[in-house]
Design a protein around this ligand. Structure first.
Ligand code: MF3
Ligand code: CO
Length: 257
């Protein structure tokens, strides 16, 4: 969800190393949150666990205070697409739970999201979760020097739609580095061969949001929580990925299952 327009900043190998350090911390936080996730706990419990781990690793949440966002992480259950504010809502058997987190360490940001099934989840929801991850992977395959942004967008969209799912259009991926949201925007839909040229030093948060039903979403009265218009489930999968001379490097890989 990028803010105002800025220029695309390419990162040096040194800067990508710094982003890697930030991402390593984020991965540790994901491990802790994944281990803790259980039926009966509240989304606020997850927020507290994440916040503790972030601070213990001498980083800070990239989300807390961002445009007034009131918590350290986003937890989005079932029909919630993204930006679920941690609350006293309990996680129930059969839920799919998306956890979206970002940290800043020594001035460098990393950002990632996972959607995990909890307990006995029906096959339709499991397929949705697999497809969201598959969309990310299809997108990353196109993240190559000489390709264009639209190659990523189109691959994500086709992966979802060819399997009977839809991609959210109102929220997009983004560049990331010394800010959480940098240019360019990375839509999860579009045409291959269009858009900016991908080059070494570009670091992107690629983040497909995939819906079981309509792609349409709405924002609740708290001005944050994004839900599907039809109440069907949604899954979110995100990583911070750097384009290096050795190709695309997923800085936040891990904890996918
Ligand atoms: N991964 C989300 C994004 O890039 C996280 C933003 S949540 C906010 O849009 F709280 F920071 F806004
Ligand atoms: Co993001």
């Amino acid at each position: 969800m990028p803010g105002k327009r800025r220029l695309i900043t390419l990162k040096s190998p040194r800067e990508i190393d710094m982003m890697c350090e930030s991402a390593e911390i984020l991965k540790k936080v994901f491990v802790g949150v994944r281990e803790a996730l259980n039926i009966g706990m509240t989304t606020q419990d997850l927020d507290r666990i994440a916040d503790d781990l972030i601070l213990r690793n001498k980083a800070r949440s990239a989300f807390k205070g961002y445009r007034g966002y009131p918590a350290s992480i986003c937890v989005s259950i079932n029909e919630t697409v993204v930006h679920g504010i941690p609350s006293n809502r309990k996680i129930r058997d059969g839920d799919i739970v998306s956890v979206d987190m970002g940290v800043v360490f020594k001035g460098y940001y990393s950002d990632a999201a996972r959607t995990w099934p909890v307990g006995h989840v029906d096959e339709e929801k499991l397929e949705l979760v697999r497809v969201a991850r598959g969309c990310f992977e299809a997108g990353v395959k196109q993240f190559k020097a000489g390709h264009r942004l639209g190659d990523i967008s189109s691959a994500v969209q086709q992966y979802a739609e060819s399997r009977g799912f839809s991609v959210v259009r109102d929220f997009v991926g983004h560049g990331i580095g010394r800010a959480l949201h940098e240019d360019p925007q990375v839509p999860n839909f579009g045409e291959s061969g269009r858009g900016g040229l991908l080059q070494e030093g570009l670091v992107l948060a690629i983040e497909p949001m995939v819906n079981a039903g309509t792609h349409e979403v709405e924002v609740e009265d708290d001005h944050w929580t994004v839900v599907t218009r039809d109440g069907e489930c949604s899954a979110h999968f995100e990583n911070t990925v750097a384009l290096t001379k050795n190709g695309a490097q997923n800085l936040t890989a891990g904890c996918e299952d």
